[in-house]
Design a protein around this ligand. Structure first.
Ligand code: UGA
Length: 463
């Protein structure tokens, strides 16, 4: 079956690669010719400059020219395709609504191409990236206005987490297809024959609007779990003496009705999806005249959590940040990515600079180039000159008055001996990810320890 994929970013490229693995003839197109050239080269380093996912470059290289083709011309990609996936970026506007201008432009171009067809065959255009509820109808209107004959619309949302795109596409929990009639459901079943009647994978057929809503409700519920644990569970363990965070978590999530996901308390969830999607759902419900208190609280708790530990350092540890040096360990929004969108480190830097720190000594295993060139470019804000970048955690912590752990990189679990040998007491350790082990020896050596989900341990205390 020939399939077109329109847009080759984080959603489109892994999707195209895994469809090609299934033996479909997949044509992926993009308006950025440099991307297309990089993908066509089959070279891992060039592909990963655009989308860095484990197993992706190998999958592209393996299928290139056999099942997977790239073009910067949408006409070429769409010619003869029975299914066209829309994988276009849909960034947020300031008011939380979704900017559909890129999406519309691509949809209008595709509609023109489909209108010019003469083969008369059924084609279904499928929304894959996250779009507001009702966008399949908008697409239907665009296709109708262009006069495209015998076309259907569908919604087949992406549920992948970053860092797991290829494995997640090969073995999803569920495949949700929203369409209007049997002909289009049947085309999608032919796209995903491996997921039909699967013992573990739920294949759900529903309306386009329900499929669109499933994506928003899923992400919003996941963020609700995180905000519940950060805003309730962690606060209990931080402020009521004797409550142990890990036991609290184990005891509560032993109930099979309660998710363990989200119970890993943190300095706030980041990334390109949760914040954007909950804001969009708040906007969509607001437009429909509905109250959105719960969703707003979930969002606010998560945003506050990104500055909360710095506030706690001031109020509980009496740490004045003015003119101090802070080591910032971790810049990415989670481990195994260089993505810093909405990351807790962005808020931490803003907060620390606002409090007058003298220097921020940053370290991240993957995200330092991203930080330097995109987020903390001194040409945009001269205060970013106070940030220096170091090749290891131990280098970053040299001479620091405080160490702030912001990302859950596995290597940070081994920080205790490094702190003992490279940092200088009474340096304050602010642990936004509960990474540090053996806090008793740190406290005994004269360090202060302030974790999310636990009380402040002043220097010299035993836990
Ligand atoms: C998220 C969802 O998990 C995916 O299901 C969804 O498809 C995707 O958004 C999307 O809409 O495209 P992702 O943004 O890649 O995926 O990241 P997650 O792994 O969910 O992590 C989000 C943030 O929550 C990270 O900062 C992570 O460190 C944090 N987190 C996660 C916690 O603070 N505590 C937890 O227990 C779990």
């Amino acid at each position: 079956m020939k399939i077109a994929v329109v847009g080759t970013g984080f959603v489109g490229l892994p999707h195209a690669a895994v469809l090609a693995e299934q033996g479909h003839e997949v044509w992926a197109c993009d308006i950025d010719p440099a991307r297309i050239e990089a993908y066509r080269s089959g070279e891992a380093a060039r592909i990963e400059r655009y989308v860095n996912e484990p197993g992706l470059a190998a999958s592209v290289a393996e299928n290139l020219g056999r099942h997977l083709f790239f073009s910067s011309r949408m006409e070429e990609a769409a010619a003869g395709a029975e299914v066209c996936f829309m994988c276009i970026n849909t960034p947020p506007n300031r008011d939380g609504s979704t900017d559909l201008s890129f999406y519309r432009a691509a949809a209008e171009q595709l509609a023109g191409i489909l209108a010019a067809r003469t083969d008369g065959r059924r084609v279904v255009v499928v929304n894959k990236s996250t779009v507001p509820i009702g966008t399949a109808r908008l697409l239907e209107g665009i296709l109708r206005a262009a006069g495209a004959p015998n076309v259907g619309v569908a919604s087949n949302p992406e549920f992948l987490a970053q860092g797991n795109a290829i494995d997640g596409s090969r073995r999803p929990d569920r495949v949700v297809v929203g369409a209007d009639g049997e002909a289009d459901f049947e085309l999608l079943r032919r796209v995903y024959p491996q997921f039909q009647n699967h013992v573990r994978i739920r294949y759900l057929e529903t309306t386009p609007e329900t499929a669109e809503a499933i994506k928003y409700v899923g992400n919003t519920l996941l963020l609700t779990y995180i905000s519940f644990w950060n805003g309730v569970g962690a606060r209990i363990a931080e402020s009521l003496p004797g409550v142990r965070m890990e036991d609290l978590k184990l005891g509560v999530t032993a109930d099979s009705r309660i998710s363990t996901w989200g119970s890993y308390v943190s300095n706030g969830a980041g990334g390109s999806c949760f914040g954007k999607d909950i804001q969009s759902l708040i906007y969509q419900l607001g437009q429909a005249g509905q109250a959105t208190h719960l969703l707003q609280a979930v969002f606010d708790i998560n945003e506050y959590q990104k500055s909360y530990l710095i506030d706690r350092a001031v109020h509980e540890a009496g740490f004045g940040f003015n003119q101090t040096t802070v080591a910032l360990l971790g810049l990415a929004f989670k481990k195994r990515t260089n993505d810093m969108r909405d990351s807790a480190a962005l808020k931490a830097v803003e907060n620390l600079l606002g409090r007058g720190v003298k220097a921020i000594r940053a370290y991240d295993p993957l995200a330092m180039d991203e930080a330097r060139s995109r987020w903390f470019n001194p040409e945009q804000n001269h205060l970013f000159e106070r940030i220096s970048y170091h090749d290891s955690a131990e280098e970053a912590m040299r001479g620091a008055d405080a160490i702030y752990i912001s990302t859950d990189w596995e290597e940070f679990r081994g920080l205790t001996p490094l702190i003992l040998s490279h940092a200088r007491p009474p340096c304050l350790i602010i642990d936004g990810r509960r990474m540090v082990a053996d806090v008793e020896s740190l406290a005994a050596a004269g360090f202060g320890y302030l974790p999310v989900g636990g009380p402040y341990l002043p220097p010299g205390t035993a836990a």
